[in-house]
Design a protein. Structure first.
Length: 331
């Protein structure tokens, strides 16, 4: 059985080799994204493995199907880059990845502390031998109310870590979790906005339907928050309106941001753009504020998570090709 993997980073190659040996399949590795122009590389493969740079729309899925490719596995949790309706119509199985929530949850709490303790301007000063304290006074977590939006596996792990700080924890989710309810107080979204000193997002991006949440953080919702609120996003960039963030950082309504993902980041993340002229004014402008900490969509990026993402991709394609079933199958 052959699998064609695209968007392959150097750090994934050893994990792919190990997964291929363990499962007895052949995996062809391609660094480039899967597109209509290079789809021929997937011919004869039982399935393709991709990351988010590969946009699997209806036309590309149809091309893959005509080549005998029956499975599309993404090495990500999110599947916004795959047309699930088209996949279902065409009979192409879609799998996503799975990995322990600890890496993203720990990164989230790190962001909270970096912003609350003004680490970014402190780092800047230290690099030029300025060891003054003025303007760097921080806040202690135990004195704050933290609002957690989304209590899936990552949100619940964040809540569990936060219990060690002694802060008050509020939670919002359309589907409350009994375990989370033991240590966090579930409230409606307006109450969470009004009472939280810090808000962290752990929702999947849902663009349509009754639970649609694109731009759930917008001008109106920010206006309902406390002055000086700190916002953390290690989930999906589109959950936050970029222009609303910029305006409210400028107005000092938002006291700090910790962002591992931002909308409009697609042409930037995981790429070296040091010598390019960037056209993304919003991100370029937002990142320069001293109370904004931004990283390159890397909250997931641990050795354990990368290994799990690769393993699930290879194992999943083989399992679906042989039995039609795998636990992360979505379509």
């Amino acid at each position: 059985m052959k699998i064609a993997a695209f968007d392959v980073r150097e750090d994934e190659r050893a994990d792919f080799a190990n997964a291929a040996e363990r499962t007895g399949v052949e995996v062809e590795l391609h660094a480039e994204a899967l597109t209509a122009a290079n789809a021929e590389l997937a011919r004869g493969a039982a399935g393709v493995s991709v990351l988010g740079h590969s946009q699997l729309g209806a036309e590309l899925l149809e091309t893959l199907k005509s080549m005998g490719v029956a499975v599309a596995a993404t090495r990500t949790i999110g599947v916004n880059h795959i047309d699930l309706d088209a996949a279902k119509r065409l009979g192409v199985a879609v799998l996503n990845a799975d990995y322990a929530p600890n890496g993203v949850a720990e990164y989230t709490v790190m962001f909270m502390l970096l912003v609350l303790r003004n680490y970014k301007p402190a780092l800047w000063r230290g690099q030029v031998y300025d060891f003054s304290l003025e303007g760097l006074q921080g806040r202690e977590m135990r004195n704050l109310t933290v609002g957690v939006m989304g209590t899936g596996r990552i949100g619940r792990t964040v809540i569990r870590i936060l219990t060690g700080f002694g802060c008050k924890i509020l939670a919002y989710d359309p589907y409350p979790n009994p375990e989370a309810a033991k240590v966090a107080e579930y409230v409606d979204i307006d109450t969470l906005y009004a009472k939280s000193d810090l808000i962290t997002l752990h929702m999947p991006l849902i663009e349509h339907g009754p639970n649609a949440n694109k731009h759930i953080i917008n001008r109106d919702s920010i206006a309902r928050m406390k002055d000086g609120v700190v916002l953390i996003n290690c989930a999906r960039g589109e959950l936050m309106d970029l222009e609303a963030l910029i305006d409210n950082i400028e107005a000092k309504k938002i006291g700090g941001l910790g962002l591992d993902t931002v909308e409009t980041e697609e042409e930037l993340i995981h790429r070296d753009r040091r010598t390019d002229i960037l056209t993304n004014r919003g991100i370029a402008y937002l990142r320069q504020f001293p109370n904004v900490v931004m990283t390159q969509h890397m909250a997931f990026y641990t050795d354990a998570a990368v290994r799990s993402m690769v393993d699930h991709s290879v194992e999943g394609i083989k399992a679906v090709a042989e039995t039609g079933e795998y636990r992360t199958r979505l379509v």
